[in-house]
Write a protein that binds this ligand. Structure first.
Ligand code: PRX
Length: 635
């Protein structure tokens, strides 16, 4: 039996029990056998959830890129590490071997050094899904710079907020990006963002679209000429286990985005371990995760987890509907993909199209199908299982978060019997707990509650960059001595978990976490708006869509409302990005409020869900009369 690679259910239970009985030796054995260390650790785990402080493998030294690249060179130098599949299917796919990846990352790392980037500096990466996105991340990790990738669909304001929050001194971007038939002027967005980012000293620009862009002298440099001149070898920076590896921003229910900080050793061990087991990756397999590297899924399961296992990972630049709705299936057939990992929202969108798109492709290479990011509904699960997997490929419904670094609850394919909509069992090392509203743990099965984790795991984020107090308040203060996920879950009779959704004001739209507060703040910037409140409502493709209730300063003529709706969505696009646009905007004279002035979102949610029969007691509201008015005008 190996702790590292679980092959059947009996082994799973044995390994799981061991991981709970003796977590330290469990993780130490995995870390020792499967990774390269420059110095062993003094202590496997140090933790205290009340401070909170968590340290894994303290005293150890390593470099994650040595583990993801260098150590594979002797045996897998010519093996493909990354397959780059461009947006345009007529452009040739690139196969980057481990040897080539090593050269590219080293050259990039040397360019960063030449530009003055040092260990501990923050580098912002704002790139489309092109190979340089992976190589820039790895180049930062090689020299100990902390990368912070901002999804290239975020607006200039969102970009500058993130750059300023962690005080980056460099941005890596491109002239533009291709998405389906569209070309996006990324450099223009960066230029606008950098008008208010005093810490940025230089910008490296990848040439991708060949758009005619503005290059600011001294600050901006084309990347390629610098790479051409750079040495193709670069020694690793020796990192301490708990040195920061990256910061990745995620929305909170209130306030500005949270810069989740992940550290080196624990994250590496955890993503590699979970990748191996959840996808049952075997040498020679081709693995594809459709996420963008701008999200945690891409960090952990396009770049670090697969490369730490010496896998072949696909990096896809495009979108599922270009040139047609068969693109995913086309790529699976073309590259003979064995493990395919995508989001329920993509499955729902593709399930709406003609089945011919799927059936015209040979998908027989598939062995494992994965989903992530939001609950998968039964219909989508069955469509995926029947039409893509032909009932032969187990579906792994993987539950986890930006904060957890890696997959926490998931079936192990060919091991854990699956049930649609259930993420099933915790992975080894993960100790979930369900809590009631009084802060007590709910034991036993066939129960539901709020999902917490009661013991540290190596991949967990260690803090919110620059705001440890908020980290403590958000995750460790709701329940004593436990990490609170913000999700609700139920545990069935056999101990399987089903995630029921967020229990806070975060709304998951197309698999993207959106906090309501920043969207409301953006709307309130419109000169005609007095106040607003956002809730989610069910959407057949996006899972949830956004419903905005907006109070105008002056009740204008309703013929002007259509324009106002457009302007409000425009403001949201400028402040956050198009992913946060509202599907419905209802203008109203008031919002239901408690006597202490808090908006009663529960009522607004019910109205948006068209569930107005049972609104509960509204007599204690400050303004109960407004409720009927909102119901009467609901969209
Ligand atoms: O609500 C859960 C939902 O996505 C949230 C985490 O979002 P984010 O940090 O953006 O990371 C997404 C990719 C890991 C969770 O709190 N979520 C994620 N996976 C699932 C899920 N909800 C149900 N089922 C899942 N498999």
């Amino acid at each position: 039996m190996s702790n590292y690679h679980i092959k059947n259910l009996e082994e799973y239970y044995q390994v799981y029990r061991k991981s709970v009985r003796d977590p330290e030796s469990f993780w130490a054995e995995i870390a020792e056998e499967h990774f390269v260390w420059r110095k062993p650790w003094d202590k496997v785990l140090e933790w205290n959830f009340s401070t909170p402080e968590v340290k894994w493998f303290e005293g150890a030294q390593l470099n994650i890129t040595e583990n993801c690249i260098d150590r594979h060179l002797a045996t897998k130098g010519d093996k493909t590490a990354i397959i780059f599949e461009p947006n345009d299917p007529s452009e040739k796919a690139q196969h980057i071997s481990y040897k080539e990846l090593h050269e590219k990352v080293c050259a990039f790392a040397n360019v960063l050094k030449d530009q003055g980037v040092k260990k501990g500096d923050r580098v912002c990466i704002y790139l489309p899904m092109i190979p340089e996105l992976a190589t820039s991340i790895l180049a930062c990790a090689r020299i100990g710079a902390i990368h912070t990738v901002v999804f290239a669909g975020f607006s200039a304001t969102a970009l500058s907020t993130r750059i300023n929050d962690c005080e980056c001194n460099m941005v890596i971007t491109s002239d533009g990006s291709f998405r389906g038939t569209k070309t996006i002027d990324l450099k223009g967005i960066v230029d606008e963002a950098l008008e208010s980012t005093p810490t940025i000293k230089s910008v490296l620009v990848v040439k991708r679209t060949k758009a005619d862009i503005n290059m600011k002298s001294v600050r901006d440099h084309w990347l390629q000429p610098l790479l051409d001149k750079a040495d193709k070898d670069c020694p690793i920076e020796i990192m301490d286990a708990e040195d920061p590896l990256f910061i990745l921003y995620t929305s909170g229910s209130t306030g500005k985005p949270k810069g989740m900080m992940h550290t080196t050793a624990g994250y590496m061990v955890y993503t590699a371990y979970t990748f191996k087991n959840v996808f049952q990756y075997k040498n020679g397999d081709v693995y594809w995760c459709t996420a963008d590297i701008g999200w945690v899924t891409g960090h952990s399961y396009i770049v670090y987890g697969p490369l730490a296992n010496g896998a072949t990972t696909i990096l896809f630049e495009g979108v599922p509907n270009h040139p047609d709705f068969g693109r995913f299936w086309d790529i699976i057939e073309k590259h003979k993909v064995n493990q395919f990992y995508t989001a329920p929202t993509a499955i729902r969108a593709l399930a709406k199209e003609k089945l011919d798109y799927v059936e015209n492709h040979d998908l027989s290479s598939l062995k494992v199908l994965g989903t992530v990011g939001e609950p998968i509904n039964e219909e989508a699960w069955h469509w995926y299982n029947d039409n893509v997997g032909k009932k032969m490929s187990p579906i792994v419904d993987t539950w986890w978060q930006t904060e957890t670094g890696g997959i926490m609850i998931s079936p192990i394919p060919y091991t854990t019997p699956t049930i649609p909509t259930y993420a099933t069992l915790p992975l080894p090392g993960v100790q979930p707990a369900l809590m009631d509203e009084h802060g007590k743990e709910i034991k036993g099965n066939q129960v539901d509650g709020r999902l917490c984790i009661k013991f540290p795991w190596p991949g967990m984020a260690r803090t919110i960059w620059g705001d440890h107090k908020r980290y403590k308040e958000t995750y460790f203060s709701t329940y004593e001595n436990k990490y609170f996920t913000g999700d609700g879950a139920l545990r069935d009779t056999v101990g399987y978990y089903r995630i029921t959704g967020r229990v806070d004001d975060v709304i998951i739209v197309s698999g993207h976490n959106l906090g309501t507060a920043p969207i409301e703040d953006a709307i309130n910037e419109h000169p005609a708006v007095a106040e607003s409140a956002i809730v989610g409502f069910p959407h057949d493709v996006k899972g949830n869509a956004l419903y905005g209730y907006v109070i105008l300063k002056e009740t204008g003529e309703s013929r002007l409302h259509e324009n106002l709706r457009k302007e409000i969505n425009q403001i949201i696009t400028e402040h956050i990005g198009p992913i946060a646009k509202l599907d419905k905007i209802q203008f109203t004279v008031g919002l239901p409020k408690t006597r202490s002035g808090k908006i009663m979102r529960r009522i607004l949610r019910k109205i948006a869900h068209k569930e107005t029969d049972n609104l509960g007691d509204i007599s204690t509201l400050l303004n109960p009369e407004v409720v009927q008015e909102i119901i009467d005008n609901a969209l």
